[in-house]
Design a protein around this ligand. Sequence first.
Ligand SMILES: CCCCCCCC/C=C\CCCCCCCCCCCCCC(=O)SCCNC(=O)CCNC(=O)[C@H](O)C(C)(C)COP(=O)(O)OP(=O)(O)OC[C@H]1O[C@@H](n2cnc3c(N)ncnc32)[C@H](O)[C@@H]1OP(=O)(O)O
Ligand SMILES: Cc1cc2nc3c(=O)[nH]c(=O)nc-3n(C[C@H](O)[C@H](O)[C@H](O)COP(=O)(O)OP(=O)(O)OC[C@H]3O[C@@H](n4cnc5c(N)ncnc54)[C@H](O)[C@@H]3O)c2cc1C
Length: 596
Amino acid sequence: MYGQIVRDGLVNVTGIEDLGLTSPVLQRTSDAFFKEISPFLLHFGMFVPTIIGQCTPEQQAKWLPLAMDLKIIGTYAQTELGHGTFIRGLETTATYDASTEQFILKTPKLSSYKWWAGGLGKTANHCIVLAQLYTKGVCHGPHPFIVQIRDTETHMPLPGIKVGEIGPKLGFNTADNGFLGFEDFRIPRENLMMKNAQVTKDGTYVKVARHGKLTYGTMVFVRVMLVSDMAYCLAKAVTIAVRYSAVRRQSQPKPDQPEPQVLDYLTQQHKLFICISTAHAMKLTSTWLWNTFTGVLADMRDGNTDTLPELHALSSCLKAISTSDTSALIEQCRFACGGHGYMYSSNLPALYSFATATRTYEGDYTVLLLQTARFLVKSWEQMDEGKPLTPTLAYLEQSRNGSQVSWDDSPEGIVRGFDAVAAGRIGACVKSIRKHINNGMDYEDAWQMTTVQLVGAAEAHCRAVICRVYRDETARLTAGCSPGVKAVLDQLSTLYLLYWALERTGDLLRFSSLSERDIENLQARYEALLLKIRPNAVGLVDAFDFRDEVLMSTLGSYDGRVYERLMEEALKTPLNREPVSDSFHKYIKPMMQGKL
Ligand SMILES: CCCCCCCC/C=C\CCCCCCCCCCCCCC(=O)SCCNC(=O)CCNC(=O)[C@H](O)C(C)(C)COP(=O)(O)OP(=O)(O)OC[C@H]1O[C@@H](n2cnc3c(N)ncnc32)[C@H](O)[C@@H]1OP(=O)(O)O
Ligand SMILES: Cc1cc2nc3c(=O)[nH]c(=O)nc-3n(C[C@H](O)[C@H](O)[C@H](O)COP(=O)(O)OP(=O)(O)OC[C@H]3O[C@@H](n4cnc5c(N)ncnc54)[C@H](O)[C@@H]3O)c2cc1C
């Protein structure tokens, strides 16, 4: 029964194509059971996908049934105390011993301890370990291995394994993130995950993959999935905040009038409606990204890895921007709920601590945007050499002559404005790198000196992609809808464009013919649109269709009994069990009597 809940609830997921799954929509019904982050998250989120992505069919036949039936519980241990971002710098070694046909895993020093893997501390008995593969005295870089770390009967760590929990964190405290060290721990040769690289019995290293970075495939998969997960988290947060804002009344803007619902304040609408709109933008973009991802998988099955760099660039920037926007907007939802939003029982703190972690894990924000920037600069240089551009960069072509784009305030015109900003910022980076090189710097230093601008350029590219996909997909998907639904969804995507145009007026002034008057016009349209969306706001969050059990919020439940639920939760707290707590007799009274 429990295993069933973990499988069907935690991973009521559509995702991996090889499992017959068709879109990246993550709806965790398990949230209603577990309440907090599950220690099995890494088992289904990374252990299973890595078996699928990195094992040969024979290895899959051995490990996948065990993992899917929860006969073994796994996690993904890549990061070490000393290195997370720089995977090539990992220090754990796996040295092949041809005499026993085993790999010897070793943790050479403190900084080489595996650190962070979810579920590793107390739950997992198996683990995917990324280690530097040595055979015949040659290091072949980081490779994935399946390693049993605990006895499946007693759960005791196996001899040669040092494992434990890493301690309290900002969030994720139910995920028992762990540390792991190896003292010359031996595993069979077959435990090297051999889809992309193999070591034969005599220790010969055989590279199978056509692309050097396929070992990083699980990370690309999870980055793609996280975009969808962020849409899910943000939709939850804004459901809570909008429902609460419809219940909460505060202040008296006009004398002799009742206190308005806080949702009627324009500033509150400004805080919240962009959250509704962004949840839709991310959901549509994540489905589009998923289709790109499965297209690249299909290409790779046909032996073509040419489309992988663009996927890496897209999944990197969309992961970075979706996680960063979501954490900021969930925090905004909390602000929108005033003091009660700070209550744990609102569920906003838990949602925030989850979302803010995603900005770091699976690739830090800055690091991933710089990966995208690498691709953008390369593409610009290829364009200069007359080579064709990939589909998501086709817009660069229009901007290559460097002239300003003329401002057009239609939604399609605004999307073109974002293209112009992205192209302008990428071009400015290329110019900066070339200037530094002309002044005598080597390429790496010139790149380093341009990284602040490069992060901005990658963000601008990502924003342009989201705006275009959101607009196009809304139009496509609402083509057969009723005029009412079509109008409301059009309002939401227009709101996204206006909001970001106003956030990026500096860039638009620089790279388009936008004028002061155009900005005033944008601002007025934005404010009018907030008022138009207001009557549908509660309906729009209800349409996200979260059950109260999944939302788990005193502020956001469907029935709006906010104050009753807050009081019910307060009365449950252990400090309210007795009218006078022991600490009064032990410490406070003696202190008052001068005895302490
Ligand atoms: C019926 C039942 C159904 C059951 C179904 C079960 C299945 C379950 C399905 C779904 C579940 C989904 C759940 C999804 C949510 C899961 C949540 C999981 C929670 C996760 C917790 C966190 C886990 C982690 O954090 S794991 C650790 C992650 N670590 C990182 O991300 C490290 C980041 N660092 C890097 O990625 C890289 O090292 C780098 C990007 C920083 C690059 O390093 P580098 O500078 O050293 O460069 P390289 O030399 O490595 O690269 C040179 C070259 O390669 C290109 N490159 C780099 N990376 C990639 C890549 N990934 N792909 C392609 N190409 C890549 C790079 O751009 C360079 O290219 P050039 O051409 O420019 O040379
Ligand atoms: C909640 C949580 C769960 C996790 N779960 C797992 C797990 O299950 N398995 C696992 O293996 N790992 C896990 N991790 C680890 C996670 O993947 C790493 O923390 C993450 O990849 C960031 O790497 P880092 O900690 O080395 O940061 P660092 O790279 O040390 O980053 C520190 C700072 O340096 C900057 N920086 C680093 N390199 C560069 C660069 N080249 N250019 C510019 N700036 C740079 C970063 O932007 C950042 O500001 C988890 C982390 C968290 C927080």
